[in-house]
Design a protein around this ligand. Structure first.
Ligand code: MN
Length: 371
């Protein structure tokens, strides 16, 4: 074995061990053996394959499995499917092999994954493709894991899109913007939706993307000190009432800023809502609603609210499961500004926050479903 092969083998094992660590609390005794079998099957099947970047192909399914565990929060069965998601499509292994080794339930998920990629990769025009895609999703709706793993697959492909040809980049990136990001949104996977949109823009509109990213990093310091100044009185009141909370100010996504610029004929400096402030409370279920409104009351004691922009998704969650209270308030003048700025404040609990970031997968967790 050459030095290089030796290094690659080590790298693959290192990535596999990181996957095991991520799963550690969710893994039972017998499951570990099953996972190892899936890993070895995938390693053998993809043995001589490489990605466009030149790295061993197996690193891709391992990375997808890690996204499934770490970023979507699914369990052992979905992890096995993620490791094997490309074998039926791209290697000698058949669906029957999977079924006899891992049972019919997992084989069904892998079959679904193979079918989605066949539909999407057809050389059809985009309208036909979107229509096919929607049909497939409807028939697969009985097991959302298929779609969740597919989204993890797409996310990793987008993160590594740099090594593809320009043609492929454009095709995959626009598919991501028009099909996959809305899908992630519908499933309530906010973090993944946002990253898919940002990455889509990065490859479809590279100049605009770079410009916004650059400007955001340029004004980071002043943005951060503005946020710090803004949240100080809120913190003081929350502490006085002995609330358990975290509060952060974070910039909105590049994609959403891009759309605001495109729509509104406004310049970058005029977009005051470049960020949102988020208060996340640690409270028991029965106090969620009253505590969220108590925080609303604290925030509006300090800052004047814009009543027309109050959004109450605590009493009535969005159809994708999103729960949160959004208020837009006027800050005090800061720095060289003569007037205040409108700031969006999002108020929610830890449970709501997890559902907002992980969507359906978080619902599984709260229902105790075996994933
Ligand atoms: Mn894949």
């Amino acid at each position: 074995m050459s030095n290089n092969e030796e290094e690659e083998k080590k790298l693959i094992l290192r990535e596999y061990r990181a996957l095991l660590r991520a799963l550690k609390t969710r893994i039972k005794r017998g499951d570990k053996t099953l996972l190892r079998r899936a890993f070895e099957m995938a390693v053998d099947a993809h043995m001589d394959m490489r990605r466009k970047s030149g790295e061993p192909y197996i690193l891709h399914p391992i990375a997808v499995a890690r996204i499934v565990v770490e970023e979507i929060g699914l369990g052992i069965r979905s992890t096995i499917c993620a490791l094997l998601h490309d074998v039926v499509e791209d290697t000698e292994i058949s669906l029957e092999d999977i079924e006899s080794e891992f049972g019919s339930q997992l084989a069904k998920i892998i079959d679904g994954l193979t079918k989605i990629s066949n539909v999407v990769d057809l050389k059809a025009n985009t309208t036909v493709q979107a229509e096919n895609f929607r049909k497939i999703l409807l028939t697969l709706a009985e097991d959302p894991r298929v779609i969740l793993i597919k989204l993890a697959d797409r996310l990793h492909n987008m993160r590594t899109l740099g090594s593809m040809s320009r043609d492929k980049q454009l095709k995959i990136a626009s598919e991501t913007t028009y099909l996959y990001a809305p899908l992630a949104h519908r499933l309530g996977l906010n973090a993944i939706k946002t990253e898919l949109e940002d990455l889509g823009l990065k490859f479809t509109e590279p100049e605009a993307y770079k410009e916004i990213a650059h400007k955001l990093s340029e004004n980071r310091r002043s943005r951060e000190s503005f946020v710090e100044h803004f949240i100080r009185p809120i913190k003081k009141s929350l502490d006085a009432r002995e609330k358990n909370y975290t509060i952060i100010g974070r910039p909105k996504s590049i994609y959403s800023i891009y759309n605001k610029l495109k729509k509104g004929n406004v310049s970058f400096d005029k977009i005051y809502d470049l960020f949102a402030v988020r208060v996340v409370l640690d409270v028991p279920l029965e106090r969620e609603k009253s505590d969220c409104w108590e925080v609303y009351s604290i925030v509006t004691d300090h800052y004047r609210p814009n009543p027309s922009r109050l959004k109450d998704w605590v009493s009535t969650p969005k159809s994708n499961g999103y729960e949160s209270l959004h208020a837009t308030v006027m800050s005090m003048p800061f720095g060289n500004d003569k007037e205040g700025r409108w700031v969006e404040v999002q108020i929610r609990t830890n449970r709501m926050d997890e559902i907002a970031e992980k969507g359906v997968a978080a619902h599984f967790k709260y229902k105790g479903t075996d994933t």
